[in-house]
Write a protein that binds this ligand. Structure first.
Ligand code: GLC
Length: 739
């Protein structure tokens, strides 16, 4: 269908051109040589009121109308942030059963953030953009950059962690590369969608400083540096207005302060008020009358807020076409950048390059959290048997979890990846260990797995213990999954602990082996009460199609792990701001009482030691930091200072180290977090090699948002630049002043 329409447009262009008429004979709106704004003006001058109304709301579950009479194609959107969703039926959530829409699942965005490598973000955007382009989708509904405020938020796995600076740096290349292919990013969910269970009715209470310093920066970077062509409004309210039609967030900040020239797309079911939808910055309404996941009113498109109800309000004279023309202009601009863009590359689907990208990003995102006595990497020369235990060693994780669920060409499980990697030389013994989520069909996508197992907990643990006893090394793949109340859209977790009695199983295993390695397959932090008895811990994320290959490569040492945590692992829930000073996941006003003190900012302020700190991650080699030096002791207005720190690989194998720069304002007139991430660099070092890592610090890195003056302010005085391997592992620092 889409191809037909596109070929009509291209055909029209071709035949016009081929019958010896030059493009100058083409009407402006069809002339690719004309400036987009000229083409928009011409298209609008030709469109009727009905045609204008038609293009600002959905016509099907994931598409909105074009202007057939003028040869302007429809606009097709697709989930999601980790891969291209299978085609769904016209007006349904379930897949349409096509046989040509299997994709590559790339690692979840927490894993991308954990690479702390903007080159991986660019590779990600290019790869997923090519898959969207091949599937002829104009708008990719991703990436997500909501801040990880609580380890219980069901959708944290789709986002980039707890720190606004890290998320801001990592979102930009993804957006830029997707859009280079003529596919729009739709950065979501703007803003303050930090919990799931009450996502449609919660109204977070944050002051302007917290809003501007914590929850907006990643969206601002995506718009101003990334050049995002669309933004998705969140479900929740903010200060009494739904985020999908919120005057402050959309008109004043996004379009006003940031100059956003793209289209604001509602989340599916996020539009609740016709007049607000008209006046408060919504440009393209999708999914109304749905809960965004399951139910919906069949073919309700004509009664969408921005459909007939809007037209009636114009015909009654209550509204002119002022707001309508701005919406239409923005939607046409989105079209000219995507569906009407005639020099887009063709894209590709499940190419070797995309599979390689999923693997590479995965290996770069895996985080080695603990490695006592260097029992990792597993030495295949001396290891004769490996016990692989846990449901997450076999369970497919690319289905489930909500709108990011995929239909992949292939997903390599951890067990499969290990078997393939170790080959015949090493015996691998598997035991289920526990039975968690046995779902294998999701929105009619069938993983082909049959995970039902009616053995008792006692039998399952006994089998796992028996297998563990007989092996040289025990690899336990546990953690969470994509089931409701785990890492899943629409619901939040109910506690920090591992589900399905895993703690009991892990404890039983620690009694029979001192070579237990826990691989946490999750998008969220979990409690580890048994941590002192487990010598090695790996954060394995949801790595998508290449999960098993990436994990095996790191576990046997083919790849030296270089990821670091994009969020804090608290020892217990009360060690987080959201669960001690704030409220989490509730109907109505939800007080973000911790304010600025999200993540490590809270640990620093309250002097609470984390289980594993933001920015923590080990390597199979070791790194030493020399003394930081600074090129001048004071920064003048408009100037900068350069901090240099030598980093040496003091181990016996090459590795990559993520050097982090935090800034502390020693003389602030307002409360400021003890330190804030304002720079990072990932450096590759051969054994014995030293490199000088440089950080350029300008005034922006010293600033806080002054909500009285409503602007960013850097106060003269003393600052400290702290350089470290993690937020709780500062190696060197230097003091300087801002004049
Ligand atoms: C969902 C999600 C959003 C997704 C959209 C379409 O409810 O909140 O992230 O892109 O609806 O599936």
């Amino acid at each position: 269908m889409k191809l037909l329409k596109l070929s009509i447009v291209v055909g029209a262009l071709f035949c016009m051109a081929s019958c010896c008429c030059k493009s100058s004979d083409l009407p402006d709106y069809l002339n690719p040589e004309k400036d987009i704004e000229v083409r928009i003006d011409d298209a609008m001058a030709r469109m009727t009121l009905d045609e204008k109304i038609a293009i600002i709301h959905a016509q099907s579950k994931f598409s909105s109308a074009g202007v057939p009479r003028l040869g302007i194609p429809e606009l097709w959107t697709t989930d999601g942030p980790h891969g291209i969703r299978p085609e769904v039926l016209w007006d349904e959530w379930v897949q349409a059963g096509w046989t040509n829409d299997r994709c590559v699942a790339f690692p979840a965005l927490t894993a991308l953030a954990a690479t702390w490598n903007t080159e991986m973000s660019a590779l990600y955007g290019k790869s997923i953009g090519e898959e969207a382009r091949y599937r002829e989708k104009d708008v990719l509904l991703g990436p997500g950059v909501n801040i990880y405020r609580s380890p219980l938020n069901g959708r944290n796995f789709e986002y980039m962690g707890e720190d606004p600076y890290l998320a801001s740096r990592m979102v930009v290349p993804y957006v830029q590369q997707v859009q280079k292919i003529g596919v729009a990013s739709c950065v979501k969910h703007y803003a303050l969608n930090n919990a799931e269970t009450y996502r449609h009715t919660t109204d977070p209470v944050v002051d302007d400083r917290t809003l501007y310093e914590i929850y907006l920066p990643a969206f601002k970077a995506a718009v101003i540096e990334g050049g995002a062509w669309s933004i998705m409004g969140a479900y929740n309210l903010f200060r009494g207005e739904h985020a999908c039609h919120n005057d402050l967030l959309l008109n004043k900040i996004l379009k006003g302060e940031w100059g956003f020239d793209g289209a604001v797309i509602s989340d599916w079911g996020g539009t609740h008020n016709t007049r607000e939808a008209i006046t408060n910055g919504l440009d393209l309404e999708f999914g109304t009358w749905t809960d965004g996941l399951t139910m919906g009113k069949t073919n309700s498109y004509d009664i969408y807020h921005l459909a007939n109800p809007y037209k009636e309000l114009i015909n009654s004279g209550e509204f002119t076409t002022k707001e309508l023309d701005d919406k239409v202009r923005r939607v046409l601009r989105l079209m000219y950048r995507t569906s009407m863009n005639t020099d887009k590359p063709m894209g590709s689907l499940v190419s070797d390059a995309h599979i390689e990208a999923a693997y590479t990003i995965g290996t770069e995102g895996i985080v080695l959290l603990k490695n006592e006595n260097n029992i990792l990497p597993i030495n295949l020369e001396t290891t004769k048997s490996i016990a692989v235990i846990g449901e997450n060693a076999i369970k497919m994780m690319t289905i489930g979890g909500g709108s990011s669920s995929l239909k992949v060409k292939k997903e390599v499980s951890p067990l499969e990846g290990l078997r393939k990697r170790v080959g015949e030389g090493v015996e691998i013994l598997y035991a289920r260990g526990y039975v968690g989520d046995t779902t294998s069909v999701y929105k009619r996508v069938d993983s082909g797995q049959r995970l039902a197992d009616d053995r008792s907990e006692k039998e399952l643990i006994a089998e796992a213990v028996d297998v563990a006893k007989r092996a040289d090394v025990v690899l336990y793949f546990g953690g969470l999954n994509k089931a409701k109340k785990q890492d899943c859209e629409g619901t939040d977790r109910e506690g920090l602990g591992l589900p399905y009695s895993q703690d009991k199983l892990i404890t039983a295993l620690t009694e029979v082996t001192d070579k237990l390695i826990f691989v946490n397959i999750s998008g969220n932090a979990v409690a580890m009460p048994w941590i002192d008895s487990v010598p090695a811990i790996v954060q394995g994320w949801y790595l998508g199609s290449e999960a098993g290959n990436a994990l095996a490569a790191v576990l046997v040492g083919d790849v030296n792990p270089s990821g670091k945590l994009p969020f804090t692992f608290p020892v217990k829930l009360e060690d987080t701001g959201a669960h001690s000073m704030g409220e989490f996941s509730k109907d109505g006003e939800e007080n973000y009482g911790e304010g600025l003190l999200v993540g490590y900012r809270w640990n620093d302020a309250k002097d609470v030691a984390p289980l594993f700190a933001f920015g923590h991650g080990l390597s199979y080699t070791t790194f030493e930091y020399g003394e930081a030096s600074i090129n001048r002791k004071s920064m003048r207005e408009g100037g900068r200072v350069t901090i240099t720190v030598p980093v040496t690989n003091t181990g016996s194998r090459a590795g990559k180290e993520i050097v982090q720069l935090y800034i502390a304002d020693k003389e602030a007139s307002v409360m400021r977090p003890e330190k804030e991430l304002k720079g990072f660099a990932k450096v590759e070092l051969a054994a014995g090699e030293t490199k000088s890592v440089k950080f350029e610090i300008e005034k922006e890195a010293l600033s806080f948002f002054d909500d009285k003056q409503h602007c960013w302010v850097a106060e003269p005085g003393e600052f400290e630049a702290l350089i470290g391997a993690a937020s709780d592992d500062i190696r060197t620092s230097v003091i300087f002043t801002l004049k």
